[in-house]
Unconditional design. Structure first.
Lengths: 154, 115
């Protein structure tokens, strides 16, 4: 488990639940191991924008629509998925590809997909393939000052 | 008349790092998620393995492929693929991609959905 993430939650006084499960490498496997729907499992995609990095959060069972993100940000075509080398440089606290929506030394703006934000709670795999975190969606939105928008493919 | 056997395709994914590391047994670097008889569906599922769909850790650098049983046997990876399917590590992932692949193909026939 990423201590950076749990420390950020502890510091903010956010209640969360640690969920241990068998080793999984996909959201479908994680959801099955926890007896959850894949739509409850969130993923975080790091995007590069003209204003810097941005973390986009959506259900693992959804796909990001970059055109919608560009519309929300008004950034033209200059919004892209971050490259591996960018993430390795910018998020040394986290395993490559496992950057959570919050935590770490950066304070990136956060975009949360509307469909995910409608859920009462969500589950994050945050730096470990054997443990997940469940927290209230409203807490995540509040703590990250996230913008909620429709950013998933229809 | 002999019985006509349906072609079988194995849907697999791997990370480039695993492929680079597997110098001795390259076929072992591929993870098998499903066995499919429909070539278009197999190709669509292989494409989905390269997206962040159904992944919680989302560095989108996986490569996917659909490979026929005969080609897999030639490559020496058939027994490993069958073993992996039997173990079921990626069973849920494979089923989720099968459902999504079927939806994609039925919603836009002849036009693969681009991530």
């Amino acid at each position: 488990m990423s201590s950076s993430l749990t420390r950020a939650l502890d510091d903010a006084g956010i209640e969360y639940e640690l969920l241990s499960h068998t080793h999984t490498e996909t959201a479908a496997g994680e959801a099955a191991a926890l007896g959850l729907s894949p739509s409850e499992v969130a993923k975080t995609l790091v995007l590069t924008t003209p204003a810097g990095n941005l973390r986009a959060v959506l259900a693992a069972s959804d796909r990001l629509d970059l055109r919608k993100v560009r519309d929300v940000l008004g950034s033209g075509k200059h919004v892209e998925l971050a490259r591996e080398e960018d993430m390795a440089r910018d998020y040394p606290e986290f395993e490559l590809g496992a950057v959570p929506p919050l935590g770490g030394s950066r304070r990136d703006p956060v975009l949360i997909d509307r469909r995910l934000a409608e859920r009462d709670s969500l589950v994050l795999e945050a730096g470990s393939h054997e443990q997940s975190i469940r927290l209230q969606t409203a807490d995540l939105v509040r703590m990250t000052s996230a913008q909620v928008a429709d950013i998933g493919k229809d | 008349l002999g019985r006509v056997r349906e072609p079988t395709y194995y849907v697999q994914f791997a990370s480039p790092e695993e492929i680079d590391r597997a110098e001795v047994r390259p076929s072992r670097s591929w993870h098998t998620i499903a066995r499919v008889s429909d070539r278009m569906l197999a190709d669509e599922m292989a494409r989905l393995t390269e997206t962040s769909y159904m992944r919680a850790t989302t560095t989108p650098t996986f490569v996917g492929r659909a490979i026929s049983r005969s080609a897999l046997k030639r490559e020496g990876g058939w027994h490993h693929a069958e073993w992996e399917l039997g173990i079921g590590t990626f069973r849920d992932y494979g089923e989720a991609l099968r459902e999504r692949g079927q939806r994609n193909l039925s919603s836009s026939p002849g036009a693969p959905v681009v991530q």
